[in-house]
Design a protein around this ligand. Structure first.
Ligand SMILES: *Cc1c(COP(=O)(O)O)cnc(C)c1O
Length: 406
C-alpha cells in the first residue's frame, strides 16, 4: 500500500487548517501534548478555568462558607444559571430548560410525564437502534404505565404513528454511525396524531446548532459531558416546551421540584414551569464544573462549529476512500455532511484491536461492537492535520498486520 499521507497530503491538511475560523478557541482547552483526541463526542476535553473554579468552590465556598453558601454563593440558583447557559445551545428559552440528574434519569422522568399526559394511549414508538440506556429506560417507563414499546425506522414514522401513540422517542444523532435525523419532519409526523416527540440530543448538543423550538420538539434530554465538556458524569439537562409545562408532572417528585421546598410541607405541590422536573439536591461541585465548561463556549458560533466538523468529516472520508478502502476499511457514517453529526465511524473486523493500537500511539478514538471504529470530530480541538495523522497510522497498522505472521 502506498504511504497514505504524502508530503502533499500534509500540505493540504495544513492549508485547510490555516482557514480554521475557530483556531483562536483551541487555546481554551487543556489538551495533553502528543495526543490526538477523537473522543470529544464521548468525554469532552477539560476547558481552562474549570479546575480553578472547582478548587474555589471547594476551598472557599464549601470550606469557608459552609452551609451559608447555599445562598451567599448562589448554590441554590446554580441549576437555573446553568440552564440559561444551555438554552442557546438548544434554541429554546432559558425557562424551558432544567439541569438535574443524568440523561437516563431525565429520560425516565419525561417519558413518565408524557405517558401520564396522554391517558388511554398505550404505545411508545422508539427509533430502532437507540442508545442502550434509552432502550432500557423507555421499556421500564412504558411498562410502569401499561404501555408497550414498538420500534420504527426513521423513514417510516409517518406510517407507524397512530392515535394510540403517546410518545415518539429517538436520539437526534445515532451514536454508532453519526446519522442525523430530521427532527422537524419527525415532530410533524408525531403531532399529526397527537403524539409527543421526545428527543435525546446527547450526541448533537455542542456539535451543531439545535433549533428545538423551531422544529417543534416537545421534550428533550441530553448529556453535559460529551461535546459540552462538563466533565465525567456532569449533570444532564432536560427541555420541556412551554405549552406543556402545566400539564406535565414528574414521576420522581422530589423536594427541589416542589413549589416551596423550604416550607417542608407534607403535600407535594409541583413548582411552576420546568423546575418541577428537578428532584433532589443539586451536585454543586459537578454543576460548577459544567458552568465553567460552558463559559468556555462564550462567543463561539455553533454554525462555524458545524461547518468545521463537516469539513473534517469530508476530508476524513476522502482519505479513507483513497487509502484505506482497498484494505477493507469501510465508511459507516453518512457521506453527506448534512446527514452526519460530528463523528465518522469506520467498519473493520479487527476494529477493537486497531483502536487499542492507535491509543497506544496517542491517537484516541473508540470501539463500538461489533466492528466499529468511532472518531469524534470536536470542532474546537480537532484539525485536518490530526485526521491526516490518524489515517496514516491506520494505513501503517494495516500494512504491518497484513504481513504473514509466524
Ligand atoms: C451518552 C448518552 C447517554 C448517557 O446517559 P447517562 O445517564 O449520562 O449515563 C444516554 N443516551 C444517549 C443517547 C447518549 O448518547
Amino acid at each position: 500500500m502506498a504511504t497514505t499521507t504524502s508530503a502533499s497530503a500534509h500540505d493540504q491538511a495544513a492549508a485547510l487548517d490555516r482557514e480554521d475560523p475557530l483556531a483562536a478557541f483551541r487555546s481554551r482547552f487543556v489538551l495533553p501534548a502528543g495526543m490526538r483526541y477523537f473522543d470529544g463526542n464521548s468525554l469532552g476535553a477539560l476547558a481552562k478555568g474549570v479546575a480553578e473554579r472547582v478548587a474555589r468552590v471547594v476551598t472557599h465556598e464549601w470550606g469557608e462558607g459552609l452551609i451559608g453558601s447555599w445562598t451567599s454563593a448562589g448554590w441554590l440558583e446554580l441549576p437555573r444559571r446553568v440552564a440559561a447557559r444551555l438554552a442557546p445551545f438548544l434554541g429554546v428559552a432559558a425557562e424551558e430548560v432544567g439541569v438535574a440528574d443524568g440523561t437516563s434519569v431525565n429520560l425516565f422522568k419525561l417519558l413518565g410525564a408524557a405517558l401520564a399526559a396522554r391517558p388511554g394511549r398505550t404505545r411508545v414508538l422508539a427509533l430502532e437502534g437507540n442508545f442502550p440506556t434509552d432502550v432500557y429506560v423507555t421499556r421500564a417507563a412504558a411498562e410502569q404505565r401499561g404501555a408497550a414499546v414498538e420500534t420504527f425506522a426513521a423513514a417510516d414514522l409517518a406510517a407507524a404513528v397512530d392515535e394510540r401513540t403517546a410518545v415518539v422517542t429517538l436520539s437526534h444523532v445515532d451514536y454508532r454511525t453519526g446519522e442525523v435525523f430530521d427532527l422537524a419532519a419527525l415532530a410533524a409526523a408525531a403531532h399529526r396524531h397527537g403524539a409527543l416527540l421526545l428527543v435525546d440530543v446527547s450526541h448533537s448538543v455542542g456539535a451543531m446548532p439545535l433549533l428545538l423550538e423551531e422544529w417543534q420538539v416537545d421534550l428533550a434530554v441530553g448529556c453535559g459531558y460529551k461535546f459540552l465538556g462538563g466533565g465525567p458524569g456532569a449533570p444532564a439537562f432536560l427541555f420541556v416546551r412551554r405549552v406543556l409545562h402545566e400539564s406535565l408532572r414528574s414521576p420522581l417528585p422530589g423536594w427541589l421540584g416542589h413549589a416551596n421546598p423550604f416550607a417542608f410541607a407534607d403535600e407535594y405541590e409541583p413548582a411552576p414551569g420546568v423546575d418541577r422536573f428537578l428532584c433532589g439536591t443539586p451536585p454543586i461541585l459537578s454543576l460548577s464544573a459544567l458552568d465553567a465548561a460552558l463559559a468556555a463556549w462564550e462567543g463561539i458560533d455553533l454554525r462555524a462549529v458545524r461547518s468545521w466538523a463537516a469539513s473534517l468529516g469530508d476530508y476524513f472520508i476522502a482519505l479513507v476512500d483513497a487509502h484505506l478502502a482497498p484494505a477493507g476499511v469501510l465508511v459507516a457514517s453518512p457521506r453527506d455532511a448534512v446527514r452526519r453529526g460530528a463523528q465518522v465511524s469506520l467498519r473493520h473486523p479487527r476494529a477493537q484491536e486497531l483502536i487499542a493500537t492507535l491509543a497506544a500511539r496517542g491517537i484516541v478514538g473508540d470501539f463500538r461492537p461489533p466492528d466499529l471504529l468511532r472518531f469524534g470530530l470536536h470542532a474546537l480541538y480537532v484539525r485536518h492535520a490530526d485526521v491526516a495523522a490518524l489515517v496514516e497510522a491506520l494505513a501503517e497498522l494495516h500494512a504491518t498486520s497484513a504481513e504473514p505472521r509466524r
